[in-house]
Write a protein that binds this ligand. Structure first.
Ligand code: ZN
Length: 256
């Protein structure tokens, strides 16, 4: 019935599939017939591709099933590589990526022996850090300060815009920033708003969601249905925005 007979001593069964000019490896696991009737492909978080096939499946059928999913598999492998790239400790050298307002910029380090003060400028797709004796430590400090400056500027502008549409206030409340690991923002009972500096790496929509959340706390100091009523009214799509933000939390919080 099947061309592949005994599988026990053939583990691990590793094959290579090609798609366009790319290739990937996958492990083939045969599973008892009664458990799974179809060929299934999993991409594990560590990048391992596992193909579960019924014991009766013939190798050409398995290979063509993998081939049909090749695009999907490569997309997953690319996503994993991308995530790993972002959480890898950075070295503060040219070519690394820097996130700002949901976009990725390339860090460009420019040694300028006649420039004492280190400057950071967004030019085209690059964040150019320029100055004298730029060590990784000095570059990191400069980028961190740049993030703070950008956060102060952008958060204020978004708040100013937002208060125009909110009926319970006419001016933006006092707020400050802090690099935090566990929350995007908070609002004290006295109405003091604290915003996470790292939020400046997220898209404007996500920033607006956090600002709105804290602004709603000025009226409702809790997470009551009335509070969510306000959120829904002023940002009906807030749940998907929140999901997107939380899904990328690791990226925004760890890229220091
Ligand atoms: Zn809240």
């Amino acid at each position: 019935m099947t061309s592949v007979e005994s599988h026990q001593d053939e583990q691990p069964l590793e094959y290579v599939a090609r798609y366009g000019d790319r290739e990937f490896r996958y492990h083939l696991c045969y599973v008892p017939e009664h458990k799974k009737a179809t060929i299934r492909v999993h991409v594990h978080p560590n990048g391992m591709v596992q193909v579960d096939a019924p014991e009766s499946a013939q190798l050409p059928a398995i290979k063509s099933a993998v081939q049909r999913r090749a695009r999907w598999i490569l997309k997953h492998l690319d996503d994993i590589a991308e995530r790993n790239r972002d959480v890898r400790p950075r070295q503060w050298v040219s070519g690394e990526s820097v996130l700002y307002l949901g976009r990725r910029y390339v860090l460009k380090v420019i040694q300028a022996s006649d420039q004492r003060k280190v400057t950071c400028k967004l030019i085209g797709g690059q964040l150019r850090v320029q100055g004298k004796d730029l060590t990784p430590d000095r570059i990191q400090k400069a980028v961190r300060q740049w993030y703070r400056d950008r956060a102060l500027d952008v958060f204020q502008r978004r708040l100013d815009l937002m208060v125009e549409s909110l009926p319970w206030t006419t001016t933006a409340p006092a707020w400050r920033i802090m690099e935090m690991q566990t929350q995007w923002g908070s609002c004290s009972p006295e109405g003091a708003i604290l915003l996470n500096t790292h939020l400046i790496k997220a898209p404007t929509g996500a920033i607006d969601y956090v600002l709105l959340h804290e602004m709603c706390h000025l009226v409702e100091h809790n997470h009551s249905p009335r509070f969510y009523g306000l959120l829904n009214r002023f940002m009906p799509e807030w749940q998907s925005v929140k999901e997107g933000l939380d899904g990328r939390a690791c990226l925004y919080l760890n890229q220091k």
